[in-house]
Design a protein around this ligand. Structure first.
Ligand code: ADP
Ligand code: GLC
Length: 477
């Protein structure tokens, strides 16, 4: 049995802004089912929900701050969650990265530097918890200083650093290194320094024993300038200690047979019931109720990564076709405004919901016929897997985890029963539009469409396989 400390800035269902939370809320449970002793550690944000109140464990002093550790659990599991409680940093409304108005926290570097110090203390069993991990599994830049700090320790646990997104690196002005009172030995170009600035993610990339990212294709892509954002050289240098492990999905949260958030449960054997979810969705969004009309869904953070600009460029033409489009998301203000303009002009065709709404996300997955995910890059992506699970065929761009999880419906893949969605290459509106039309043609052939739905729904996206790969890695390092 391995003892694993899993550090993350967000964990579903306690707090979530994106897929990292889904991973942190389900991989530890999958590893526990494989007989491992996993503890999750994260900050104690004011907006944490859906768990029993944290029980006080101890106080640890780091960098002149007294920080409390509280203990709770992931709901419906016995996975322990340690909450790093420092009210001056974390007891504010908003999410882990921004305030309620979407403005990034001005002291975000201080916050996660403190979090990293505590993770390192817990990892070294200096926090009075009487538990020392064999492996510390860090996730994204918010935990990047952990492998760096631990590299200075004797008898330290092994470290894994998982990249969920290279676009976010946690880079701060050079004086941050001094202001954060970080050890001088870490400040050099092969360490935390990045062109004279302090880079949190480099702590993970330079000092961890192994780097993983969340799909095999993205593991290759990030070694190139287009996806590496300046760190492709370092990543290529580490190619022998870098691998891609695809995320799984949490079957107790995303399962059309049991999902409590949808209008009617269904399975691949009772596909006929799926349409009731479409009706419920149309009703909820104020779209004309029509079970025949193809309905396209999209859920996601409205940022450049997700290729929403490609969708915006197709919307005009789409409104001239017999279809409906339902989007749920929040993010970039200019993208939001452009989307809302379309909804105002074409209320019968287009529904735009700005905000974060887990119930609606489930209903869109269940009620749509197709799901748009034309991302410019996508480390793994979860919604294309949820979509397949729900028999909602994804239309994706061939990048990262999308390329690894969706099989394009072509004559040979239809014939051999592997086709599960639609894939296009070029990041251009024309390529997306052409693929939307290709999907519409197949949708008109209902028996064939149902075959594709069943292919998609029968794919194994469970965590077990990926959790076993992580376990093999923990054993190796
Ligand atoms: P990313 O982590 O880049 O945002 P993923 O596809 O990995 O992308 O995961 C996104 C997760 O966040 C999914 O579970 C998705 O349903 C959820 N999500 C994103 N935006 C919203 C929203 N506005 N409302 C509800 N859920 C959302
Ligand atoms: C990131 C990526 C997304 C991935 C998620 C979970 O936010 O953008 O592709 O699925 O992390 O690993």
């Amino acid at each position: 049995m391995k003892k694993i400390l899993f550090a993350s800035s967000e964990t579903h269902p306690l707090i979530k802004t994106g897929g990292l939370a889904d991973v942190a809320g389900s991989l530890p449970i999958a590893l526990t089912s494989l007989g491992q002793d996993v503890r999750v550690i994260m900050p104690n944000y004011q907006s944490i929900r859906n768990c029993e109140a944290g029980r006080y464990l101890c106080t640890v002093r780091v960098n002149n701050c007294d920080v409390n550790l509280l203990e709770t659990h992931l709901p419906n599991s016995n996975v322990i969650v340690w909450l790093v409680d420092y009210p001056a940093f974390f007891n504010h409304p908003g999410n882990p990265y921004t305030d309620e108005n979407g403005i990034p926290w001005h002291d975000i570097g201080d916050r996660f530097a403190l979090f990293c110090r505590i993770v390192a203390e817990v990892a070294m069993n200096r926090a009075y918890l009487d538990w020392k991990p064999d492996v510390v599994h860090c996730n994204d830049w918010q935990t990047g200083l952990v492998p760096a700090l631990l590299s200075l320790e004797e008898h330290r646990p092994a470290t894994v650093f998982t990249i969920h997104n290279m676009a976010y690196q946690g880079v701060f002005p050079s004086n941050a290194h001094t202001l954060l009172n970080l050890p001088g030995q870490l400040w050099h170009p092969d360490g935390l320094e990045y062109h004279g600035m302090l880079s949190f993610i480099k702590g993970g990339l330079s000092y961890s024993d192994w780097i993983t990212t969340v799909s095999p294709t993205y593991a290759q892509e990030i070694q190139t300038p287009e996806f590496g954002y300046g760190l492709e050289g370092l990543l290529a240098h580490r190619q022998h200690t870098l691998s891609g492990i695809i995320n799984g999905i949490n079957d107790s949260v995303w399962n059309p047979e049991t999902d409590p958030h949808i209008a009617r449960n269904y399975s691949s054997k009772t596909l006929g019931k799926k349409v009731d979810n479409k009706t419920a969705l149309q009703e909820k969004l104020g779209l004309p109720i029509d079970p025949e009309l193809p309905l396209f869904g999209l859920i996601g953070r409205l940022v450049d990564q997700k290729g929403i600009d490609l969708v915006l460029n197709c919307l005009k033409e789409m409104t001239g076709m017999p279809l409906q489009f339902a989007l749920l998301g929040s993010g970039d203000n200019s993208i939001q405004l452009r989307l809302q303009d379309f909804a105002r002009l074409y209320p019968d065709k287009i529904s735009i919901t700005i905000g974060y709404d887990e119930n609606l996300a489930h209903l869109i997955e269940a009620g749509s016929d197709m799901f748009l995910m034309p991302s410019r890059f996508e480390p793994c992506g979860l919604n294309q897997m949820y979509s397949q699970r729900y028999g909602t065929l994804p239309i994706v761009r061939k990048t990262g985890g999308l390329a690894d999880t969706v099989v394009d419906a072509l004559p040979d893949t239809i014939k051999n029963g592997s086709a599960s969605g639609f894939v296009f290459k070029e990041a251009a509106p024309g390529a997306l539009m052409e693929t939307i039309k290709r999907a519409l043609v197949l949708h008109a052939n209902q028996p064939l469409w149902e075959e594709l739905q069943r292919n998609a729904m029968s794919k194994d996206f469970s965590w077990e396989n990926s959790a076993n790969q992580y376990l093999a890695l923990y054993r190796e390092i």
